[in-house]
Write a protein that binds this ligand. Structure first.
Ligand code: FES
Length: 102
């Protein structure tokens, strides 16, 4: 074996380790603060906006904040699977009307 061959045998594990670390850093950056939140809701629209009159809502309603609900903008419980998969802690925004007596 030539000296050059020994050199490459020594440097290959280090180069591989650097490659793995670089891949992990780039992957982490892609999933960082700049990654897309909305994976599937109304992707053909420039902006997702829903408007409701308060009077038309039920006495209580839960709005999705994880963007995984099949009933978006309403919560369907999909946040539980998302949290379990990712370690996240998102949940719905729950609104309820005050009763007339209080
Ligand atoms: Fe998204 Fe519940 S499904 S917050």
């Amino acid at each position: 074996m030539t000296i050059e061959g020994k050199y490459w045998l020594c440097i290959l594990p280090a180069a591989g380790a650097v490659g793995v670390v670089a891949y992990m850093v780039v992957s982490k950056m892609k999933c960082g603060k700049d990654s897309v939140v909305n994976q599937s809701v109304m992707k053909d629209q420039e902006k997702v906006v829903h408007s409701y009159d308060m009077e038309d809502l039920a006495d209580s309603v839960a709005f999705c904040r994880c963007w995984r609900s099949k009933k978006f903008p309403f919560c369907d419980g999909a946040h539980n699977a998302h949290n379990k998969l990712t370690g996240d802690n998102v949940g719905p925004l729950c609104l309820s009307k005050k009763s007339k007596g209080s």
